[in-house]
Every structure is written in C-alpha cells, then in structure tokens.
Design a protein around this ligand. Sequence first.
Ligand SMILES: O=C(O)[C@H](O)[C@@H](O)[C@H](O)[C@H](O)COP(=O)(O)O
Length: 239
Amino acid sequence: MKTPDFELPNNVDMVIGDDGHSVASMLAEKVAGVLDDRLQRPGRASLAVSGGKTPIAFLELLSCKPIDWSRVDVVLVDERCVNEDDPASNARLVKQYLLRGPASAARYVPIWQDNVSVADGCRQAEKALDLIEWPLTALVLGMGVDGHTASLFPDAPELYAALDASKPARVLALTPPSQSHPRVSLTLRALGGAQYKALHLKGMDKLEALKQASERLDDVAEMPIRLFLSLGVVVFWSA
Ligand SMILES: O=C(O)[C@H](O)[C@@H](O)[C@H](O)[C@H](O)COP(=O)(O)O
C-alpha cells in the first residue's frame, strides 16, 4: 500500500488509489463487506453516508452490491435544510445514486423533511433515528479543506454542542456562517461509535488538509475532522 509523504496519526490507515474510480470501487467493496459481515448475525445493519460531490461514484458502485439490503438502514451524516427537490439536497443525492437497483430495498432513515421548521425537523429526525440499531455498522465521512466533516463546521456556533458526546441528541441544527444553508448533522454521539469508519477524499487540496489536520490532533475546534482521526478511520484517497 502506498503511503503519503507525511506521518499519519496512530489510528489512521490509508488506501491510495490510482484515480477516483478505483478508490470508489475499493471503498464500495469494503463497505459492502462490512455490512454483509454484520448481516450474518440477527438484526439490522446501518450505514451513514455523506453528501457532496466526492461520494457519487462510491454510492453508485455500492448500490449494485448483492447484500441483503432489506435489512440495512441508510442515513445521511448531515443535510442541508432545503426541500428534497433542491439541487443542494443530500437526500436527493443519496436517493439518486445509492437507493437504486439492489440497494433500493434498503430502509432510508430521513434526518430532514420538506417544509418544516428547524426545531420540528430535528424533533422528527431524532424520532426517526430511534429506528436504527446503534452503534452504526459503517460510516463514510467526507471532509472539506477547512477540516469540517458532516456538518461539523469550525465556524458553526453549535459545534461544541455537537461534539459533546455526553449530550443525548443524535442530531443537531447548525448555522455555520460559511455555508449558504442552515444544516442538520449527526452528532459525535451518533457518529463516534460507528464500528467501521472511513474517510473518503479526492484531490491534492484534501490531502493537504489531511496533512494539516494530522499535525496536531488536539485542536478539534479548528479542524473537527481531527476528532475522527483520533478515534480511528481508514482514509480512501486519490489525487
Ligand atoms: O453535506 C455535505 O456537504 C457533506 O456531508 C460534507 O461534509 C462533505 O462531505 C464535505 O463538504 C466534502 O464535500 P465534497 O465531497 O463535495 O468535497
């Protein structure tokens, strides 16, 4: 396995592909395997995925994997507070690219609804999340060059609350001024216990951000991804 030209934190492994598709394919294979392993036992598996542009090829490839999707709950790690017909909607993205073919049999657990207030949306999301058998089976995070992951943005006033694992909330509204929409995000309580954690990145800019995040894990407020680097993730990256 190729290694980056900087030291990764102890709990972080890295899979480097030749291109975005090869990484998406390796990640889809790995996540399908993790879900299938979980499905060898009674009960349901759960998968939390990210929005944005990076995961599209991965979601498409995962959707074709022949696992018992009828026993898999799919949830977003975050959502923009927009209706599903808005191009910015992550629900729209996951339904377009993942919940099709074999994976259309999965149960989608929504963390946002159309035409709701943020308070009502969060209340409905918390209730929906009770359907999931926690902890998550598999989690695939993305990352911005500012070190945000999910909607845990450095400039969000609600960041500390979202990272406080002692709080009962599994979903929280965040209002990062850097973003054009208010967000809802799964919290550390919901994300931190995932049995398999992957971080899916593409591009030199994201590698540079990962290097910066890896240099000092203590300042989580500056780069929230640091929390997940400390917990342990497998980074899947290509240039
Ligand atoms: O709603 C979102 O935007 C995502 O959940 C977010 O956390 C994303 O993973 C990063 O912003 C990277 O996005 P790209 O893959 O588009 O670079």
